[in-house]
Design a protein around this ligand. Structure first.
Ligand code: ADP
Ligand code: MG
Length: 323
């Protein structure tokens, strides 16, 4: 059982940023409006995610650490019809099997719970008086899987990966106030007031938010909104382009290419805009057979969507010229 959890962990939990992603997605699923993330030594020493969500019922806390015990039972086909980001019930048991994990949780009306699990073994479980919400603290990640630890790259690389994931989660959930603190320094803060422009300000700075063009375009199958930066504000990396498809961020190389094509000659080679593109569509147009944790989702009519994005960007750029 422990071994199978560790094997599963190898698939779900590749590196510290995978832990951050899974814990933050759980906090989002719990209906939180405030999520705080604390990092030490790029997550290898400590990752703490605190939320003010629904909490876990005291009788169900240990169940959450059993594999395939998800409170969110859906078929894979339902994945894009539903709001919830989690569905496999693998993350918590996987993380707990390769770390020293503390979970404190409380619902509104019941006494809260505190559990401490070391390498997948329950060490302590007690009643805990806490405010509504959940705090998960993961320490000494991969301490009992040295092979995995060795595979971890530099602190800089891991930190960049954590920051990238939190950025994208914050951008895809502007109604949640996010805070990312690394070694005591605030790396990100969003207001959570629901305004995407303000979320962009929290993630990329107020100056960047001021240099955004508004996108608005739709056809029979897709609705595209969001922002792209003016040609004067570009980056030397593709990582500043985020796509949010029906409420969750996705990676999609063809859609990145569409952004670049929309800018045409206004973009120097190797430069990319900052962009947050919100796409809404009928879930029936999405194929979720691709591994969901990888965020690679097949979109039928993808070339139609690309064309729509190109048109939206070209229309937005026209406004710049006429001003
Ligand atoms: P999944 O998210 O796929 O259901 P997880 O292993 O990530 O599986 O979590 C297991 C269960 O623990 C969830 O279904 C949920 O009921 C509960 N849970 C985990 N984290 C939280 C949280 N932050 N707030 C409330 N419930 C949580
Ligand atoms: Mg989950």
């Amino acid at each position: 059982e422990q071994l199978s959890n560790q094997i599963a962990a190898g698939e779900v939990i590749e590196r510290p940023s995978s832990v951050v992603k899974e814990l933050v997605e759980n906090a989002i699923d719990a209906g939180s409006t405030q999520i705080d993330i604390l990092i030490e030594e790029a997550g290898l020493k400590k990752i703490q995610v605190s939320d003010n969500g629904d909490g876990i019922h005291p009788d169900e806390v240990m169940l959450a650490f059993e594999r395939h015990a998800t409170s969110k039972i859906y078929t894979t086909q339902d994945l894009f019809r539903i709001h919830s980001l989690g569905f496999r019930g693998e993350a918590l048991p996987s993380i707990a099997s390769v770390s020293k994990l503390t979970l404190e949780t409380a619902t509104t009306d019941l006494p809260g719970k505190h559990v401490y699990i070391e390498g997948g073994t329950l060490v302590e479980e007690r009643i805990h008086g806490a405010r509504k919400g959940t705090t998960v603290t993961v320490e000494s990640l991969f301490y009992n899987t040295p092979a995995r630890l060795k595979y971890i790259r530099t602190v800089q690389t891991e930190l960049a990966s954590i920051s990238d994931i939190v950025n994208r989660l914050a951008l895809s959930h502007p109604q949640i106030a996010f805070r990312l603190i690394n070694e005591g320094n605030q790396m990100l803060r969003t207001s959570g007031n629901g305004d995407l422009k303000q979320a962009i300000a929290g993630v990329y700075g107020t100056d960047a938010a001021r240099k955004m063009l508004t996108l608005a375009s739709e056809d029979l199958d897709f609705k595209v909104s969001g922002f792209v930066s003016k040609p004067e504000l570009t980056r030397a990396s593709r990582n500043y382009m985020t796509f949010v498809l029906n409420g969750r961020y996705i990676r999609n190389y063809n859609l990145q290419k569409a952004i670049v094509e929309g800018f045409g000659s206004r973009l120097m080679i190797g430069r990319f805009p900052i962009a947050v593109i919100i796409i809404e569509t009928d879930p029936l147009l999405l194929d979720v057979n691709v591994h969901p944790s990888k965020k690679e989702i097949r979109i039928s009519k993808e070339s139609e969507l690309s064309a729509l994005i190109i048109r939206a960007i070209q229309a937005a750029l026209k406004e710049v010229v006429s001003i």
